[in-house]
Design a protein around this ligand. Structure first.
Ligand SMILES: Cc1c2[nH]c(c1CCC(=O)O)Cc1[nH]c(c(CCC(=O)O)c1C)Cc1[nH]c(c(CCC(=O)O)c1C)Cc1[nH]c(c(C)c1CCC(=O)O)C2
Length: 355
């Protein structure tokens, strides 16, 4: 196995010293890059990109050709699991993800199969293996999955939702059925992430994009409890290294202490939290990843640098910070602004890592 040439990201996740703060961006491969749009047009559609290992590898590497990023993230989607459960994922241009089959009754939930990752999601593992080979140790590769609650919202609603009307109604009307669904998803996500780790993912992130829509009580019972189950079942050592786990609940600022108690290496932090305050609250338990508001990338490079500087200062000296956006980069961002962001993190952070 090739040695890692840049292990800043993995070191920071384990709170080990680094020369500068590592940085990557959620959704770093995507529509803001003209080369991504060209690959996507050539492939046919988004899922055609995901299902072809060479194409998935090509778009994974595109942002790394442009910018000195410290990690690569597998090009795929969180909704591959419900698709493998038979829901029939498709993308309507301009409308986001949709499912042909909706799962909104106890009977439909009982009938759901638990996918076998190598058999039913083999295209994802092929992409992981291809990307690891092409990366050739340049930077670590991040694998990922959606949280059970986040996946459940898409499955019950049949697609994206603003108010989670059907999924929350089911949660309160028939909590037992919701628990059965979440338990099946936790089992599916655990074996899916373990397969990604065995195929070569060197860290994994759980995207709980919609955990922040829940009440505190419901968050603990219907989102965090199932992420805890996943964390308990993950392979944590592979290829002679720790495989760090990052837990990202968007809107989860109120619950950082209980998130840190799950035993993950790091928490993803959105921009509504102050990094310094978050660091004090979690103490030495976890590293922190984040947290610039992605809309700052619409401003000019001088304003971007100023905001990067503010966040670095808020986190303060010493290891344990992985710079990122507080949520995914949006399609309207100018690629040169993303470049200004990444360079600013490296240029302005060295002084926080001396001695
Ligand atoms: C909720 C969610 C989804 N997918 C994902 C989440 C969780 C992260 C988050 O909270 O943003 C995760 C995801 N989706 C994608 C990645 C790739 C890796 C990366 O670069 O971060 C990751 C990590 C590619 C993608 N996934 C999708 C795209 C856009 C597809 C395209 O039109 O080319 C990409 C690059 C499609 C997708 N997939 C999903 C949505 C809502 C959409 C439509 C978004 C849109 O239209 O802007 C579901």
């Amino acid at each position: 196995m090739t040695a890692l040439k840049n292990d800043r990201f993995l070191r920071a996740l384990l709170k080990q010293p680094v020369d500068v703060t590592p940085v990557w961006m959620m959704r770093q491969a995507g529509r803001y890059l003209p080369e991504y749009r060209a690959s996507r047009a050539r492939a046919g559609g988004f899922m055609d990109l995901c299902m072809n290992a060479e194409m998935a590898c090509e778009v994974t590497l595109q942002p790394l050709e442009r910018y000195p990023l410290d990690a690569a993230i597998l090009f795929s989607d969180i909704l591959t699991i419900p698709d493998a459960m038979g829901l029939g994922l498709y993308f309507e241009t301009g409308e986001g993800p949709r499912f042909r089959k909706v799962v909104d009754t106890a009977e439909a939930i009982d009938a759901l199969p638990i996918p076998d990752p190598e058999k039913d999601l083999g295209y994802v593992m092929n992409a992981v293996r291809t990307i690891r080979k092409e990366l050739n140790g340049r930077v670590p590769l991040i694998g990922f999955a959606g949280s059970p609650w986040t996946l459940a919202t898409y499955m019950v609603e049949g697609g994206s939702s603003k108010d989670f009307r059907k999924s929350k109604a089911l949660l309160y009307d028939d909590p037992q059925a919701m628990h059965v669904l979440l338990d099946k998803l936790a089992q599916s996500v655990t074996s899916y992430l373990n397969a990604q780790i065995l195929a070569g993912a060197q860290a994994v992130q759980i995207f709980d994009s919609w955990g922040g829509s829940l009440s505190s009580a419901a968050y603990q019972e219907f989102s965090l409890a199932y992420m805890q189950k996943i964390v308990n079942g993950l392979i944590r050592e592979h290829e002679g290294r720790r495989v760090p786990v990052i837990l990202f609940t968007k809107g989860g600022g109120l619950w950082l202490e209980s998130m840190a108690d799950t035993g993950v290496e790091a928490l993803g932090i959105d921009w509504t939290c102050d990094m310094g305050v978050a660091r004090k609250r979690v103490g030495d338990k976890v590293a922190l990843q984040g947290n610039m508001d992605p809309t700052v990338l619409y401003a000019n490079p001088t304003a971007i640098e100023k905001e990067v500087g503010r966040i670095l200062e808020s986190y303060g000296s010493g290891p344990g910070h992985i710079f990122n956006l507080g949520h995914g980069i949006t399609p309207e961002v100018k690629p040169e602004n993303a470049g200004a962001f990444i360079n600013a993190v490296h240029d302005l952070s060295a002084k926080y890592h001396q001695g």
